[in-house]
Design a protein around this ligand. Structure first.
Ligand code: CA
Length: 330
């Protein structure tokens, strides 16, 4: 009996050891697979390389077509997420779509102070598109201590010929001004409808005045910081604030984009390099970073990223700028 049991114990031990080892092997494989899966998921969910990890928050400021989102599409299409996934803290400001630079600037200043209160940051990096260019210059002009950098993209820094023409056919107090004003208000109302509405005041004629050459010259007399006298670069550092700009110079970039036709038609009034709404020279501010194969809406990756596929991705330019600011300690 004893012999039988001892004989039996041996294969039983072997069997148990085999089962135990098999179980261990399975468990080991499971743990390894789980670890690999976690690493993979971790890599995709938290792919923070730190490339865009600026010291100060980035605040994006829209232009005349001032929707935070339109029918679910962001104004800065795909840009906030591209910046934040590699470390930047990004805020999208919401100011009046159509109003004077000063009114928009005061609205932005309040939001900048709120962002500083929320984040505890002592400054912000401002990035503005179109009328957002002069708007961020206003804040840097009145409160340079709150601003680390100003980046103007397709900025209307020396006026727009399109605004001149719209003002030219709309003399102050005349019937045509009322017609133009109502048409512009209807346009803004449509945009506001798409973005879920806003209580911010809209004054299209004030916006057009600010964006005209005469209005811009008046603004520039009061806020001359980093503006070049010609068509090159201006000063990069003024009152402790870094200034940069880039723009597009190709009005027609993608025939599938519904906005390209209008931009192409408007581009004909310039007689010089432009993006369909702003001339290349008007866009210059601080250190000029480049002219690209983009139109005015490609500059914010619209409409839904339809662009010239042979040119640099607009989103890449924002990421490179964030990295530039990061390397400067901003
Ligand atoms: Ca486009």
């Amino acid at each position: 009996m004893t012999v039988f049991l001892s004989r039996l114990r041996l294969p039983l031990r072997t069997l148990l050891r085999t089962c135990w080892c098999g179980l261990l092997r399975h468990l080991q494989r499971f743990v390894l697979a789980l670890a690999a899966t976690t690493l993979l998921f971790g890599a995709s969910a938290h792919a923070n390389s730190g490339y865009t990890q600026t010291r100060y928050p980035i605040v994006l400021v829209h232009g005349l077509f001032g929707f935070d989102s339109f029918l679910g599409v962001d104004y800065f299409y795909g840009i906030p997420s591209a910046l934040s996934q590699d470390g930047a803290r990004v805020f999208v400001a919401q100011v009046s779509a159509a109003n004077s630079t000063e009114v928009r600037g005061e609205q932005l200043l309040k939001q900048v102070k709120n962002i500083m209160a929320i984040t505890g940051a002592s400054k912000v990096n401002l990035i503005g598109h179109s009328h957002g260019g002069p708007t961020i210059r206003y804040v840097a002009g009145v409160a340079p201590q709150l601003v680390a950098s100003v980046t103007s993209i397709g900025g209307v820094n020396k006026g727009s010929r399109v605004a001149d023409i719209l003002r030219g056919v709309a003399p102050a107090g005349g019937l045509s001004e009322a017609v133009v004003n109502n048409a512009a208000k209807a346009f803004v109302a449509l945009i506001n409808l798409g973005s879920g509405g806003t209580s911010l005041p809209q004054t299209p004629t004030a916006a057009l005045s600010s964006l005209s050459t005469a209005g811009s010259l008046d603004f520039n007399r009061r806020f001359p910081q980093a503006l070049p006298t010609g068509c090159g670069s201006g000063a990069e550092l003024v009152n402790g604030v870094r200034y940069y700009s880039w723009t597009g110079t190709l009005p027609l970039t993608n025939v599938l984009d519904i906005s390209d036709g209008a931009l192409s038609i408007m581009s004909l009034v310039f007689g010089e390099a432009n993006d369909g709404l702003v001339s290349a020279c008007s866009s210059r501010l601080g250190k000029h970073l480049g002219d690209y194969r983009q139109n005015h809406l490609d500059e914010v990756n619209q409409v839904v990223g339809l662009r010239d596929w042979f040119s640099v991705d607009p989103v890449t330019l924002y990421r490179q700028q964030a990295n530039r600011l990061k390397l400067l300690g901003l």
